[in-house]
Design a protein around this ligand. Structure first.
Ligand code: NDP
Ligand code: 2IT
Length: 450
C-alpha cells in the first residue's frame, strides 16, 4: 500500500474509532476492509466525495431492546436484544441471530458489517444485518429457550419482514430456536411468510440449510486447493467448534476424502488419530446438546484436552476454524505453519486475528477469508427466501448443486478481483473488493437520502 492509501486508512480509522469507542471487533473488521479498498478509494474522486465507505461503516439502523422472560422457577430474567440493520442497498437486511453471553454491540456490528460484503458476494439480492442477545442457551430447558425466543420475537417482529429484514441462525441459534421464533412471529402477525430462514424442512425451510455453511466452506477450500492441483484426498484436517458449521464441514471434508482428526468446543478439544466418528459427534451435540469431552467416553483411543486453542498445535494439512471470532492468533497460526498446514479456510466469522493472517501470508499458505468461504449458509438462506416467495420447494440435490455453483463463483470472483488489483491469489483483498463494488454502485445509484 502506498503512503497516500496508508494515510487514508489511518485517517478513516481514527474517525471511525472516535465515533464508535470501545468496539474492538468492529474496528478490526472495518480496518481489514479499509486496507483492501484504500488503494482504489484514493484514486476515485467519486468514492471519496460520495463517502461510500464512511456510509457503509455506519449502520442504517440499530435496534436495542429489553427481553424479559420467566425461567422454570417462575423468576423474571432480563436479557438485551439487538438487531443491526446495516445496509439495504442491494436487498432486504439479511443475517443471523446469535445467542451467546458474549454478545454486545461491537460483536454484532462487526458481524453485520461482514455480512454486507458476504451477501453481496453470493450474487443474490440480500442486504446486510445481524442480531442477537446476551442470552446463554447452555443449561436452559426447552421451555426456557422457548419463553426467551418468544419474548425476543415479540419485540423484534415489528422491525422485520420478508421484504424488510430476514434473520436466520448463528451461534446458539439453530432449528429449535428458529422454530420458536417463527411460531411467535406467525402468531403475532398472522402471516406465514419467509421472514426467517433455517426453518424446518416441512414448513418452508430449504432442505440443505443446516448443512450449507459447512459444505460451502469445503467447496470453497476445494477450489483453493485446485489452484495447486490438489484436493482433500488423503489430507489431515483440523476443525474447531462442534456446532452447526463444524459438524457439516466435517461431513463434507470426509466425503471429499479428508481425514478429520480434531474438533473442539469452548472448553477443550478431542483428537482422534483414526478420524472422528461423526455419528458419535452428532449424537452428543445435536441430540444430547452435551460437551465434546463426552466423545472420549464412547470412542476408545481418542484423547480429550482442556483448552480450545490447543487444537491448532495438532499437525494437519488443512485447518477449518468453525467456532468463533479471533480463535486463531499469531501464535496459533505460527504453530499451524510450523507443523506443515497449507490451507486455512474460515467457516466461522473473522476467526483469524490480523497477526494470524500475516503468518498465513508470510508462509505462502492458502487462506480462504470468512466472508467468501462461509457464504454458503446465507446463500442457501437466499435460496430459501426465493423458494418461499415462489411457494415451491427444491430437492436436497438441487440446492446442493446450486450451493456448489455459488461457492465456485464466489471463489472465481474473489480470485479475479485479486488479480485485477495486482494481488493475485490474495482472496482476502479479492473478496473485500468484489463484495464492495456491487454495494457501492447500488448506493451511488440510489442517492444519498434513502
Ligand atoms: P453453534 O452454536 O452451532 O456452534 C458454535 C461452536 O463454536 C460450538 O462448538 C461452541 O462451543 C464454539 N464456540 C462458540 N463460542 C466460542 C468461544 N467464545 N470460544 C470457543 N469456542 C466457541 O454455531 P455455528 O456453528 O452456527 O457458528 C460457528 C461460527 O460460524 C460462528 O462464527 C458463526 O458466526 C459462523 N457462521 C455460522 C453460519 C450458520 O449458518 N450457522 C453461517 C456463517 C458463519 P460451546 O458449545 O462450548 O459454546
Ligand atoms: O454469518 C452468517 O452468514 C450466518 N450466520 C447466516 C446468515 C443467514 O442469514 O443465513
Amino acid at each position: 500500500m502506498n503512503e497516500q492509501a496508508q494515510q487514508y486508512v489511518e485517517d478513516f480509522m481514527a474517525r471511525l474509532i472516535a465515533r464508535n469507542p470501545g468496539e474492538p471487533e468492529f474496528h478490526q473488521a472495518v480496518r481489514e476492509v479499509a486496507e483492501s479498498l484504500a488503494p482504489h478509494i484514493v484514486t476515485s474522486p467519486i468514492l471519496q466525495k460520495m463517502k461510500v465507505l464512511e456510509r457503509i461503516a455506519e449502520p442504517e439502523r440499530v435496534i436495542i431492546f429489553r427481553v424479559p422472560w420467566l425461567n422454570d422457577k417462575g423468576e423474571i430474567e432480563i436479557n438485551r436484544g439487538y438487531r443491526i440493520q446495516m445496509n439495504s442497498a442491494i436487498g432486504p437486511y439479511k443475517g443471523g441471530i446469535r445467542f451467546h453471553p458474549s454478545v454486545n454491540l461491537s460483536i454484532l456490528k462487526f458481524l453485520a458489517f461482514e455480512q454486507t460484503f458476504k451477501n453481496s458476494l453470493t450474487t443474490l439480492p440480500m442486504g446486510g444485518g445481524k442480531g442477537g442477545s446476551d442470552f446463554n442457551p447452555k443449561g436452559k430447558s426447552d421451555n426456557e429457550v422457548m419463553k426467551f425466543c418468544q419474548s425476543f420475537m415479540t419485540e423484534l417482529q415489528r422491525h422485520i419482514g420478508q421484504d424488510t429484514d430476514v434473520p436466520a441462525g448463528d451461534i446458539g441459534v439453530g432449528g429449535r430456536e428458529i422454530g420458536f421464533m417463527f411460531g411467535q412471529y406467525k402468531r403475532l402477525r398472522d402471516e406465514f411468510t419467509g421472514t426467517l430462514t433455517g426453518k424446518g424442512r416441512d414448513w418452508g425451510g430449504s432442505p440443505l440449510r443446516p448443512e450449507a455453511t459447512g459444505y460451502g466452506t469445503c467447496y470453497f477450500a476445494q477450489e483453493m486447493l485446485a489452484t495447486r492441483n490438489d484436493s482433500f484426498k488423503g489430507k489431515t484436517v483440523c476443525i474447531s467448534g462442534s456446532g452447526n458449521v463444524a459438524i457439516y464441514a466435517t461431513e463434507k471434508a470426509v466425503q471429499l476424502g479428508g481425514r478429520v482428526v480434531a474438533l473442539s468446543d469452548s472448553n477443550g478439544y478431542i483428537y482422534d488419530k483414526d478420524g472422528v466418528k461423526l455419528d458419535v459427534v452428532k449424537a452428543i451435540k445435536l441430540q444430547r446438546r452435551a460437551r465434546i469431552s463426552e466423545y472420549v467416553k464412547e470412542v476408545p483411543g481418542a484423547e480429550y484436552h482442556e483448552g480450545c486453542a490447543g487444537i491448532w498445535g495438532i499437525p494437519c494439512d488443512i485447518a477449518l476454524p468453525c467456532a468463533t471470532q479471533n480463535e486463531i492468533d499469531g501464535e496459533s497460526a505460527a504453530k499451524l505453519a510450523a507443523n506443515g498446514c497449507r490451507v486455512v479456510c474460515e467457516g466461522a466469522n473473522m476467526p483469524s486475528t490480523p497477526e494470524a493472517i500475516a503468518v498465513y501470508e508470510a508462509n505462502g499458505m492458502l487462506y480462504g477469508p470468512a466472508k467468501a468461504a462461509n457464504a454458503g449458509g446465507v446463500a442457501t438462506s437466499g435460496l430459501e427466501m426465493s423458494q418461499n416467495s415462489l411457494r415451491l420447494s427444491w430437492s436436497f440435490e438441487e440446492v446442493d448443486a446450486r450451493l456448489k455453483d455459488i461457492m465456485t463463483n464466489i471463489f472465481h470472483n474473489a480470485y479475479d478481483a485479486s488479480k485485477a488489483c495486482g494481488a493475485e491469489g490474495n482472496l482476502m483483498v479479492g473478496a473485500n473488493v468484489a463484495g464492495f463494488i456491487k454495494v457501492a454502485e447500488a448506493m451511488l445509484a440510489q442517492g444519498v437520502a434513502y
